[in-house]
Write a protein that binds this ligand. Structure first.
Ligand SMILES: Nc1ncnc2c1ncn2[C@@H]1O[C@H](COP(=O)(O)OS(=O)(=O)O)[C@@H](OP(=O)(O)O)[C@H]1O
Length: 885
């Protein structure tokens, strides 16, 4: 554009200043032509002209026709696989792969993750993992990435696996992938033969197969199948039954040997072994997931072999949001005939999708911002308002993370007034934020304003926990608002013509016919799609895409599609996935997209660099105080309720969100060497905290302190008594630690709280499930008490902080207190308050003996763990382990 305007100015000047000569006139004309060409190419490349030229051609009708949509459509067989009573297996899959990186194995894992089916991946050549636990089978189905790995297992492992499968009714699934070309080769140990490395065409699934559930039998996928590495199975026993078959491609090798009549004979591409010979059900696939239908068939086989335990529901919900109503650029907006088409398609889709409605998200500010015809389109949307569902998409299509609460409130109010003026009945409970801004990472003011103006209860976003990989997208709940995962269907604001679809029309059709879009609906029982106003003008890509994919699903599957209002969808979602209600906060600075929609006033520097995690009563407060002496180690501001401990990752505080947590930290600035830290002694023994802390602070360092666990338990008990905890006052220490199953709940709880933190090895390992060994410093609390100077030097080295402090000048033993305290002046030290280092009677001998025995196995585990980590063994631990009390 720049060159065009500069050129024009030059042209005008030339004419104004002098009389043109002929040569100059020709030169001017030439310049004019070049500029016109430049201008034209600009318009063509930006698509502006396309809008004009293409909008006259009729939008494409939906694709897909199939046998099952014809009038003589036969009812399809939907098998209920949950026939076997008293299964003794867990709903989990064992996946045996060649290597963790092989493509096929990764594809299997990707399906399991997308469908939220639990799995364990192991290398096939290694010893099998434990298959049982307390008379329960750990896996409901065993999958071999390669059939060859199953056949070539060593005798011991093979017998073990077969025995397990027989006893627990567990099925085996495997994918044939022979390295060499085979003709009529016998499958090792089975009355089954294969031809391999073939090219196939015209794929069909057997109508009567008991394996089918999602896949509708009887359809034919015409044409040549992808790949020339197909294996077909030739059984020689009644135990085998074909599930799917295909014809040979005439160009395939062995064609003549295999059959005379290449065109008609069907060859088995997926075969089931009913288990007549050895009591084990197996299903072998003759190819990978290159052919799209193998994914839904994989899910059916999984369901079948697990006796319905690993089935996904057949009822699937879809909600199609059309965001940006009124927002699009002139030339890309809907005209009356597009609105008409939208209405017609909605009516049409209501026949195949129960309750179907397009869900329209409006931004009133841009009403009537198009051409005359497009403004008439806006009017028609308003006239047809009661046929659609409507939700708020902000008045000005604002990125809420850039605004404060009153600005957001003002914006939402304007949109609300717009709706009122135009008689739009808005679905109050649902709203969507433009650009996902403010939903995740959470921008508190948006949530507050939504609740206040619209009483929003449900929203959706594709950003939690991250946009990619899409299969990990999940929901969460924050401040009473349910955030549901949103799916992308490939239609963005600029995707308005079929041939401009990224990758072209072929790519779009692939996505519809078993590709990405189809898979999204298949794998997610609830799919909320994000589309835009512009996808329904021009070529009406939105209508083409969804009508086609819904037809395709009807053709090939027994999925029952439904649409329900977002509020109901929210309840259904969290009834299905209750484990997702609790959010997991991640660091926005580790995701570029998150940074782009996070308020500029926030900074990841306001998060701790290291955590002192406890456990309680091991000297953590002394350590906290000593750390605070160092000018480069800065702790959080005090909490009003829990003083120096923020206790964010444990308990209710976590639900207050990241903004709340960050307010406890100063911003040390980008270039500062300051390290922020938090000490919360109750983090150590929590089951949830390690994963939460790691999600937010994966690079943090951790410090824990350990003392003799029996001593720690007794100190804790005394602490509870000093704090007047009734249960601790009611029972002696011995009664607490020895409380058995018949004790009151109150006493059992007290015992648990008293003894559990002392299971050091167990808790440290929980942390090390997430963090690396090198990220954790384990301090001997006794050493901290007796020689804090040495310990603080070690801490400085571990933190790699400038050792600007000589702790020998900062800490001094206070004989009166019996502890090291901070040096404040020549004859003045500051010690911890009377809360720490209380005087209490010695532990009774009975309790000492009991606890020495109780903690013995935990202490052994700790010594093993410390040795494996290359850490020193504390003196008290050595004594405990040598002591024969
Ligand atoms: N320098 C110094 N001053 C005071 N106290 C010290 C010090 N070093 C270690 N200790 C020991 O720390 C015990 C308290 O541990 P915590 O601070 O981790 O307790 S808490 O969980 O934060 O309440 C406390 O336990 P009790 O003696 O049972 O009170 C002390 O033994």
């Amino acid at each position: 554009m720049l060159s065009v305007s500069h050129g024009c100015t030059a042209l005008v000047r030339l004419f104004l200043v002098r009389q043109p000569t002929i040569t100059k006139s020709i030169a001017v004309l030439l310049i004019f032509c070049v500029l016109s060409l430049l201008g034209l190419s600009y318009y063509v490349s930006t698509g502006v002209l396309n809008v004009v030229s293409k909008s006259s051609s009729p939008p494409p009708p939906p694709i897909v026709s199939c046998l099952s949509l014809s009038t003589d459509r036969k009812p399809s067989m939907v098998n209920d696989h949950s026939a076997m009573p008293q299964l003794r297996t867990v709903s989990k899959v064992l996946v045996l792969v060649e290597t963790p990186f092989t493509k096929m194995g990764q594809e299997v894992i990707a399906i399991l993750e997308a469908t939220r089916i639990r799995y364990k991946m192991e290398i096939a050549q290694k010893r099998l993992p434990n298959l049982t636990h307390q008379d329960k089978g750990r896996y409901g189905v065993v999958i071999f990435e390669r059939l060859e790995s199953y056949l070539n297992m060593d005798n011991w492992n093979r017998q073990l696996l077969d025995k397990y499968c027989r006893e627990y009714g567990v099925g085996i699934m495997a994918f044939a992938h022979p390295d060499e070309r085979l003709f009529n080769a016998q499958v090792k140990d089975f009355p089954l033969f294969v031809h391999s490395k073939l090219s196939m065409r015209d794929y069909r699934v057997k109508t009567a197969s008991p394996v089918l559930r999602i896949v509708r039998g009887g359809e034919v996928a015409r044409g040549v199948m992808p790949g020339d590495d197909w294996t077909v199975f030739v059984p020689n026993h009644t135990t085998y039954e074909p599930i799917a078959c295909a014809k040979l491609n005439p160009t395939s090798p062995f064609v003549l040997q295999i059959s005379d009549d290449v065109s008609e004979i069907l060859h088995t591409t997926i075969i089931r072994d009913r288990g007549e010979l050895d009591g084990i059900q197996r299903v072998f696939f003759g190819n990978s997931f290159k052919f799209w239908l193998h994914r839904p068939l994989f899910l059916d086989v999984l369901s079948f072999l697990s006796h319905g335990k690993l089935s996904i529901p057949l009822e699937h919900y879809i909600l199609i949001d059309i965001d940006d109503i009124f927002v699009s650029k002139p030339g890309t907006r809907m005209k009356p005939k597009d609105v008409q088409a939208l209405l017609e398609t909605q009516t049409h889709l209501q026949q195949s999708v129960d309750g179907f409605h397009f869900n329209l998200g409006f931004s009133g500010k841009y009403f009537h911002h198009g051409s005359e015809e497009e403004n008439a389109g806006d009017d028609m949307l308003i006239e047809s308002r009661e046929h659609f569902w409507w939700f708020d998409h902000t008045w000005s299509h604002m990125q809420s993370h850039q605004y404060n609460i009153s600005e957001i409130i003002r914006d939402l109010t304007l949109n609300k007034e717009f709706a009122k003026r135009h008689g739009i009945v808005v679905n109050n409970s649902y709203a969507v934020a433009p650009h996902h801004a403010g939903v995740y990472p959470v921008h508190e003011p948006l949530y507050e304003a939504w609740k206040k103006i619209w009483k929003v209860k449900v929203t959706s976003s594709e950003e939690y926990p991250h946009l990619n990989p899409a299969r990990y997208r999940r929901g969460f709940m924050y401040r009473g608002i349910k955030v549901l995962p949103r799916q992308t269907c490939g239609l963005f604001t600029h995707t308005i013509f079929i041939d401009k679809f990224p990758g072209g029309k072929m790519k779009l059709n692939q996505s519809i016919r078993g590709g990405e879009l189809f898979r999204t609906i298949l794998f997610n029982p609830i799919s909320i799609f994000m589309t835009h106003l512009s996808n329904y003008g021009s070529d009406r890509l939105g209508l083409y895409t969804f009508e086609s994919v819904i037809k395709f699903i009807q053709c090939w599957t027994n999925l029952k599609l439904k649409t329900v209002e977002p509020l109901k969808l929210g309840s259904i979602y969290f009834d299905m996935f209750p484990g997702e209600i609790d959010p997991v906060w991640r660091n926005p600075c580790n995701d570029k997209r998150h940074m782009a929609i996070w308020s500029a006033s926030k900074s990841c520097r306001r998060l701790p660099n290291f955590l002192v995690i406890g456990p309680q009563k091991t000297g953590t407060t002394a350590l906290y105080d000593f750390l605070g002496i160092h000018p480069l180690l800065v702790s959080n501001y005090n909490s009003l309720t829990t003083y120096e401990e923020v206790q964010f990752f444990k308990g209710k505080n976590y639900y207050k969100g990241l903004d709340w947590y960050m307010k406890f930290y100063p911003d040390p600035g980008e270039d500062s060497n300051v390290m922020l830290f938090e000490k919360s002694a109750n983090y150590f023994d929590s089951e949830l905290v390690p994963s939460r802390a790691y999600a937010l602070l994966p690079n943090a360092k951790l410090i824990c302190t350990i003392i003799d666990p029996a001593k720690r338990a007794y100190s804790w008990y005394q602490h509870q008594r000093a704090h007047q905890e009734i249960s601790a006052l009611s029972y002696t220490f011995y009664e607490v630690v020895t409380a058995g199953d018949s004790a009151t709940k109150e006493l059992r709880d007290l015992r648990y709280r008293c003894l559990n933190p002392g299971h050091y090895a167990y808790h440290i390992e929980n942390w090390l499930d997430h963090y690396n060994d090198e990220q954790m410093l384990i301090i001997d609390g006794e050493k901290l008490r007796l020689n804090p100077i040495l310990v603080m030097d070690e801490v400085q080295r571990f933190l790699q902080v400038d050792p600007v402090i000589d702790y020998s000048t900062k800490l001094k033993y206070n004989p009166k207190k019996g502890f090291f305290c901070q040096v404040m002046g020549v004859n003045h030290t500051k010690c911890l308050g009377k809360e720490k280092g209380r005087l209490y009677p010695e532990m009774d001998t009975q309790s000492q003996l009991y606890l020495a025995h109780y903690y013995r196995k935990h202490n052994i585990a700790l010594s093993k763990l410390l040795t494996s980590m290359g850490r020193p063994i504390p003196t008290w631990l050595k004594e405990q382990l040598t002591d024969q009390k």
